[in-house]
Every structure is written in C-alpha cells, then in structure tokens.
Design a protein around this ligand. Structure first.
Ligand code: CP
Length: 363
C-alpha cells in the first residue's frame, strides 16, 4: 500500500485504508504485545510538550519503551532553551537531529505542521491548541471499533465545550469520513462546534443537529462523547454551561450506549457513572497506548520507503495573512519565516496551519 503521510498532523487527511490499518495494528499489538518487543530497538522518540499532559505524553513514552526504543524530551518548556526565546522551528530542527520521531504538543494552532516543515524526522501532532488532537481520535476510533464493532451508521453525541475542544474537532472530521454517521452537537449556544467543521460535515454524506439539552439528546445516541470545558483557552468573560452526566441520565440511554471521554474529567461525569459497563473512558485511555505503539511502528517504517508528502498544498497570496490570533503563524510567536499558505475557495482563504477561514480583499 502506498501511504499518503510521513507525519501525523490531522487524522482526517489519512485514507480510510490507512486509518483502518493503524487501528488493526493497534489491536494486534494489544492482543500479542510480545510479538512487537524490540520493534524500535535503537530508535529514539522526542516528546516536546509545551502544554501539560498526563495521558498523551505518558502513553507515548510507555509505547516507545515497550517497543524497546528510547525517549528524550521535555514536559515543561521552562526547563529548556524555549525560555531563552528559541522558536518552535529551531527547537524542532535541532531536536529532530537527535531523534527518529518528534511528538509535539503546543498551544499554537498549526504548531505540529510548522514543526514538520523544518524537522528532519516524522512529526506527530499531540494537540495543537484548540485545533486538533489526531492521536486522541485514533484512540477513540480504536475504542469504538473494538468495543462497539463499527465506525459507520452511528448516532454520536458530542457534549461540552465544542468551541475549544480539539478532541471533538478531530473526531468529527474523521468520523465524517465513514458512511451514515449522524452527529448530535450538545453544547452551550456560545460554545458550538466551529463553522469550518460543520461545513466539513456538510460536504460529506453525514449529518448533524445541534442541541443544548443532554437529556433530550441522550435516548437516541449510540455513542456519547463527553468533554470538559477547556478553561485554559477561555477568553475573559467566557463561562460556558457545564453539562453533567449522572446515573439518572444514563438510565435514559440505550443498553448498548458507549460513553467516551478523552479525559481528564473535571465535573462533567459523575463518578457514580464509572461502574456502569457502558462507561468506556478508562478502557479508552488504555487503547491510547496501543494506538501510539501502532503509530510509532508505522511512521518509522514508512519513512524508510517513502518519499516526502507535501505538507502545504495551497498558495501564498499578497496581503493575506491569517487573522486567527492563536495561529502558529502569528508573528508574536516568533516563528520567523514560516511560509503562509491558504487554500482558496472563491473569496474565502483557509489557513493551512490552523484551518481558520478568512475573507479575501474583495478583489
Ligand atoms: N486526552 C488527553 O489529551 O489527555 P492529556 O491532556 O492528559 O494528555
């Protein structure tokens, strides 16, 4: 099979065959871990975490150690030369010369793509601000595939902070590649899914409805994906409603309902729900480690036999820059000389780093 990726920046840009193969391998590693011991002998993975993490960072580290590879990196940039003003580009360039794989989490939207432009090894997006979280999506898909048996013809409720929740953005984009999925977007009306992702669904044969009531939505769902409010990304004055899943609400759900949550949980799922067999979120976190083992093995093998796939397919337009202040291309973030790149549709220009659309100059 000819792969279409050298990095993992956005799961939705993979083909269904590529996704299915990553999931198949993850579930095989989970079933027969001894077969994969030694698979990354002599390889080094660097984890550059500019934002806090428990699951993503530790499951990546555990994944590499279980494959007999080594791990370097930082879990807090304050202990690195980032504090001296080193740019993401320069850090990625240098650390990629010490390692075979870079795993990056950063607050800037499009950060992993920016790093991949300069790195000399494969880059994995471990979360770029409020934009995307592709390895969480692979984790979610592995959980659904193994526990529910299918990824199509599902009614999927996504509940909580859909504006800033990067896990929901990646998951909706990716699940809308599968046929017949219906999304029920449950959120405070000021924290709805960004329009560019709704437009993405509209361009497929999947559908969505919006609701501000978890109780109303729940009985129809095959999957309920709960999320926390992303407090670290709220603007001053923003204070969304918290939806709380309780045993009483669970009693209205289907017997086959699958409840997922990327975690960390704050207060949006009562701990009294944890013992319900439909609550899959702790199993889900465990699937994440096998998904990351699969991804590490796949990316290290692809690179041996595969020419680089272009990361930017759009164009630079005179006078057009991204208007999203959280975009990695914002000059305030010191990522000098990042090439601007936009995909143009009519008079709309979509930034290829952070996906935010902007209107053109009217010409
Ligand atoms: N799900 C997730 O990304 O968790 P962490 O922030 O702990 O990595």
């Amino acid at each position: 099979m000819k792969n279409t990726f050298n990095h993992l920046i956005d799961t939705a840009s993979l083909s269904l065959t590529e996704i299915d193969e990553l999931l198949r391998l993850a579930l095989d590693i989970k079933k027969s871990p001894q077969t994969y011991v030694g698979a990354c002998n002599g390889k080094i993975m660097a984890t550059l975490f500019y934002e806090p993490s428990t699951r993503t960072m530790m499951s990546f580290q555990s994944a590499m150690l279980r494959l007999d590879g080594g791990v370097i990196g930082f879990d807090n940039p304050s202990g690195s030369s980032v504090t001296k003003g080193e740019s993401l580009k320069d850090t990625a360039k240098v650390v990629s010369s010490y390692s075979d794989l870079l795993v990056i989490r950063a607050p800037w939207e499009g950060a992993a793509k920016a790093a991949a432009l300069t790195a000399d090894c494969p880059v994995i997006n471990a979360g770029d601000g409020g934009h995307l979280h592709p390895t969480q999506t692979l984790t979610d898909l592995a959980t659904l595939s193994a526990e529910l048996g299918r990824l199509n013809n599902l009614t999927i409720g996504l509940c909580g902070d859909l504006k800033y929740g990067r896990t929901t953005h990646s998951l909706v984009k990716t699940l809308s590649k599968y046929k017949g999925n219906r999304f029920v977007l449950i959120s405070d009306k000021n924290f709805t899914l960004p329009d560019y992702i709704k437009n993405h669904i509209a361009a497929t044969d999947c559908t969505f409805t919006e609701s501000d009531s978890l109780g109303d939505a729940l009985p129809q769902l095959d999957v309920l994906y709960m999320t926390r409010t992303q407090r670290e990304r709220l603007a001053v004055g923003e204070n969304p409603t918290t939806f709380v899943l309780t045993p009483q609400l669970m009693s209205q759900g289907k017997k086959t309902l699958a409840v997922l949550h990327p975690l960390p949980r704050v207060d949006e799922i009562s701990p009294l729900v944890d013992d319900d067999p439909r609550a899959l979120y702790f199993k889900q976190a465990n699937y994440g480690m096998y998904v990351r083992m699969s991804l590490i093995v796949t990316l290290l093998n692809i690179t041996k036999s595969h020419p680089p796939v272009p990361l930017l397919n759009g164009k630079t337009y005179d006078g057009i820059s991204c208007l999203n202040p959280k975009c990695v291309t914002n000059p305030a973030y010191n990522n000098v000389n990042l090439p601007r790149s936009f995909l143009r549709t009519g008079n709309t220009y979509e930034c290829e780093y952070c996906s935010h659309p902007r209107a053109g100059r009217g010409d």
